[in-house]
Every structure is written in C-alpha cells, then in structure tokens.
Design a protein around this ligand. Sequence first.
Ligand code: DQA
Length: 149
Amino acid sequence: MSSPLVLIVNGPKLNTLGTREPEIYGTTTLAQIEEMLRKRAAELDLDLEFFQSDVLDELIRAIRGARERAAAIVMNPAAFTHYALALRDAVEEAGVPLYEVHLSNIYARETFRRHSVISPVAAGVVCGLGPAGYVAALEAAARKLKGNA
Ligand code: DQA
C-alpha cells in the first residue's frame, strides 16, 4: 500500500530563501527545508510532493488538485497570506487538512502581516519557528492522518 501524500506548497519568493532578508528568514534555502522534510516524511511513512510558485493561479490550481490526490497540505502562502481570498476559497474547496506555515512571527511584524485570510480555514498554523515550523506542521499532519490529533 502506498503512503499518504502530503503536498508541500510554497508561495511567492520562497524560492529565494537563503539570500532573501536573512535577518528575518534566516539562511536556510528552500532546497534544505525540502531535504529536512524528506527525512522526516520517511520516518513518518508519508510521501511528499513539493510545489513553489510566484503565481496565484498556479497555487490555486495546486491546492484544488489536492482534493483527489493528497491527504494533507502544508503551505507557506507568503505574501498571499494577507489578502488572497481566492486562495482561501481554494483551501476550503480542497477539503483536506491544511497546515499554514510562516518562517517569521507574522504577529511581531508590520500591521498588514498580522492578518491571515488563510488561518480561518487552516487545520493549524505555525509561525516564528523558522524552517522547523515546516517539520512541526508535517508532524501535526501525520498525527491527524493517524487519528491522533
Ligand atoms: C512569510 C511571511 C509573509 O508575510 C511574507 O510575505 C513572506 C514569508 C513567512 O514565512 O514568514 O513571504 O510567509
């Protein structure tokens, strides 16, 4: 039997992690975060698929497509977090638990970052833990899929 699939979705500019505002986002690259997740997923017996895009339509399509294929989603919606209602609607429509991740503590930053349109439809939210937040979200998804959360 194949392992449940968790989709790891990253929004705009997260492909530049490592060099983008390292004082806020650290120096870990997206490839390194993906490697951390791959290792943990192997221990948790989960399959992963990674998707990053700067384009809202592409992210919406990836989330919508999850309905038939994925058991859970871990997403850092980046700047779309704060205003992309179409992304929020796609999350609701996807009908699988979605864990929202932010590397930085969005509540300790500019006022416009303190509001997420995604959080009300997320199964959980992790912020301010840096790359470890992605792993925490994956672990929460695994617990949920096993019926322990
Ligand atoms: C972010 C926070 C967002 O406000 C910002 O636009 C990002 C990254 C984070 O991971 O802390 O691109 O989602």
